[in-house]
Design a protein around this ligand. Structure first.
Ligand code: F6P
Ligand code: MN
Length: 355
C-alpha cells in the first residue's frame, strides 16, 4: 500500500504543495527566533490582504460600487479609485489587533496610520502601494500591490515619519503581489527572491520558484514613449538606439508590477525617467521603487535613478519620487551609459569661464 502511494503521489509534488509562504519564510531563518516568528506572521497577514484584494478584483465587475472613481484626489494629486480605497483599508484591517505592525504608510494616505495598541510590541512599519496601476482596474487588466517592511526607530510622535527617510538598504523585507490570470506573490528577506502562486482551492500561496535569477540582458524595454518629448535628450538617444538595433521589443502595461514581473522572469529594463513637468518622474521611492529595487538586486539585476544606485537614495519626504531605471544588469548599465555620456558632453560644451 505504502509502495503504491509512493508511485501515485510523487514525493516532490506533495512537498511542493506543502511549501506554503509561511513555511518558506520560517525556512529563511536559521533558528526559530522571535524575529522569525514576527516576520512569518507579518508575511501571513500580507498574504491575507492579497487574497482579499484578489477576491474582490475577480468579482468587481459583478458587484455594484466596486469599480470607478471615488471623486477624491490623493496626496499625489491623482484621482482615487474605489479599489484603491478598498485595498488600502484591507492592509490596515489585517494589521489591526495583530500586535505586529505599529505604523502603516501608503500611497493613499498623506500621513502614516498608527495602530497605537501594537506599538509597544510591534516595532515595524509597513509601507505599501495598495493598488499599483489602478488605471487598469476598470478594464480587467493586471494590477498589483507593492510592500516594504522596515524596523521602526524612535517614537515619531510628530507623525513626520522622519525615521523612514533612510535609504532602501534599510528594508527588512520587500515584495509585490501581481493580480493577473493567477495571483502571484514575490518576496525577499534579503536572501534571494521567491515566487508563490495562490491556489484558490487551498487558499494558500504555494511556492512556484525559489532564488529567481534575472537574465543579465533581455529584449524588453518598458517605458511610456508618450513622454518622449518630455525627457532629457539622453533618454531620447537611448530610445533611438533600441529602435535602430535588432533584438529589442517594447512592452508597457500601465502597471509597474506587471512590467517588473515580466522583466524579473525574462530580462529587460523598465524606465520611468524624469520629465519636463516632473523632473523626478512619477514612481514613489519608499513604497514603489525601493521594494522593487531590493527584489531586482536580490535576483542579480540592477536598479538606479540613472546616475545613482536606487537603494542608496535618501528620501527627503515620505512620498518622494525618483527617476527609475531597473532590470537586467547590462540593460540598466546601457541606459546609465547614455545618461553619463550625455552629461559629460554637456559639461564639455559649457563655455570656459575666464577669471
Ligand atoms: O504607480 C504608478 C504607475 O501607475 C505605475 O504602476 C505605472 O508603471 C505608471 O504609474 C504609469 O504611468 P504613466 O501612465 O505615466 O505611464
Ligand atoms: Mn503604483
Amino acid at each position: 500500500m505504502q509502495h503504491l502511494e509512493q508511485t501515485l503521489i510523487p514525493e516532490h509534488s506533495l512537498d511542493r504543495d506543502c511549501t506554503t509562504l509561511s513555511r518558506h519564510v520560517l525556512q529563511q531563518f536559521s533558528s526559530f527566533t522571535a524575529e522569525a516568528q514576527d516576520i512569518s506572521a507579518i508575511m501571513n497577514r500580507i498574504a491575507l490582504a492579497a487574497k482579499l484584494v484578489s477576491r474582490r478584483l475577480s468579482r468587481a465587475g459583478l458587484m455594484a460600487g466596486a469599480l470607478g472613481f471615488t471623486g477624491e484626489t490623493n496626496v499625489q494629486g491623482e484621482s482615487v479609485k474605489k479599489m484603491d480605497i478598498y485595498a488600502n483599508e484591507v492592509f490596515i484591517s489585517v494589521f489591526k489587533q495583530s500586535g505586529l505592525v505599529c505604523r502603516l504608510a501608503s500611497e493613499e494616505m498623506e500621513k502614516p496610520y498608527y495602530i497605537p495598541e501594537n506599538c509597544p510590541i510591534g516595532r515595524y512599519t509597513l509601507l505599501y502601494d495598495p493598488i499599483d496601476g489602478s488605471s487598469n482596474v476598470d478594464i480587467n487588466l493586471n494590477v498589483g500591490s507593492i510592500f516594504s517592511l522596515r524596523q521602526q526607530q524612535g517614537e515619531d510622535l510628530d507623525e513626520q515619519a522622519k525615521d523612514l527617510l533612510q535609504p532602501g538598504d534599510e528594508q527588512i523585507a520587500a515584495g509585490y503581489v501581481l493580480y493577473g490570470p493567477s495571483t502571484v506573490l514575490v518576496y525577499s528577506l534579503g536572501k534571494g527572491v521567491h515566487s508563490f502562486i495562490l491556489d484558490p482551492s487551498l487558499g494558500e500561496f504555494i511556492l512556484a520558484e525559489e532564488n529567481i535569477q534575472i537574465p543579465a540582458h533581455g529584449p524588453v524595454y518598458s517605458v511610456n514613449e508618450g513622454n518622449y518629448w518630455q525627457w532629457d535628450e539622453s533618454i531620447r538617444e537611448y530610445i533611438r538606439y533600441v529602435h535602430r538595433h535588432e533584438g529589442y521589443t517594447a512592452r508597457y502595461s500601465g502597471a509597474l508590477v506587471g512590467d517588473i514581473h515580466r522583466i524579473l522572469l525574462q530580462g529587460g529594463v523598465f524606465l520611468y525617467p524624469g520629465t519636463k513637468s516632473k523632473p523626478n518622474g512619477k514612481i514613489r521611492l519608499i513604497y514603489e521603487s525601493a521594494p522593487l529595487a531590493m527584489l531586482i538586486e536580490q535576483a542579480g539585476g540592477k536598479a538606479s535613478t540613472g546616475t545613482q544606485r536606487l537603494l542608496d537614495v535618501v528620501p527627503d519626504k515620505l512620498h518622494a519620487r525618483t527617476p527609475l531605471v531597473i532590470g537586467s544588469k547590462e540593460d540598466v548599465e546601457l541606459v546609465e551609459s547614455f545618461i553619463h555620456d550625455w552629461t559629460r558632453r554637456q559639461s564639455e560644451a559649457q563655455p570656459l569661464k575666464i577669471s
